[in-house]
Design a protein around this ligand. Sequence first.
Ligand code: DAK
Length: 267
Amino acid sequence: MTMTTYENILTAKEAVPGLAGINIGVVTLNRPKALNALCHDLMNELVDALTDFDKDDSIRVIVLTGSERAFAAGADIKEMSDETTVSIMSKDRFATWDRIRNIKKPIIAAISGYALGGGCELTMMCDIIIASESAQFGQPEISIGVIPGAGGTQRLTRAVGKYRAMELILTGRPFTANEALEMGLVNKVVPTELFLDEAKSMAYQISQKSPLALQLAKEAVLKSYDGTLSEGLQFERKNFYMLFSSEDQKEGMKAFIEKRKATFTGK
Ligand code: DAK
């Protein structure tokens, strides 16, 4: 696949050590002058890059990151300030966000610095969150007269519970990586110089697994967000059954019995 050149992001395919022909896809938000504020062009590029990686059979896991100073300081306030209800609705800017929601491969967020507003919401659309100890999260929209619009009221509440989410969204106060860890919003906090390496190392670990099983597991976990427990259990069961017609299931179980490492092909 030829790599597209983007203006607001960087993309890279990096080989998974010890797994011939398998890569991770790394997307780096790269609009440093605006602390990676999520302008429309950046969002369009991000979605295109994620979609390309999602389609690339050599990639099993995607890592999404920013700089040490900022993952993203929010949606671009300068682009948004003159919008009206009618203008913002007619542009349907959420279409790009919906496409991120439909990415099938696991996305690991490697977060350092500011992850505010839309930056925090984008983080929460990822599947695993590794934070540097200098990461700063927050939903400060209330301070500029609006509310989180890209899923913050829903995903933050599911991650940390009603009372904490309510406080964070109503005060808009930033919170540290360690507070996020304690509330269950991030998986791991590591020294700043290690946040990206840690995320990649987890991506390598997950890349060892069957891509089919990864996709169906992600889909089933996300389903638990949506409906009732019964619907979620049924959905999980259907995906579980489906995996028994894959070669990866046969290979994975056979390899265990034969005490060797499985080789997964995604078939
Ligand atoms: N938008 C645009 N520019 C931003 C920005 C932002 N969110 N955040 C920072 N910048 C720009 C600053 O304007 C400044 O640009 P220049 O003045 O140099 O041209 C540059 O980045 C450096 O920022 P500061 O000079 O402010 O740097 P400091 O270190 O002093 O402060 C800060 C860093 C992160 C504390 C501060 O920049 C800040 O408070 N930024 C705003 C944080 C914020 O309120 N974020 C939430 C925005 S609302 C939607 C989807 C999502 C959303 C809405 C709609 N649809 C699909 C429709 C989400 C909404 C939001 O995220």
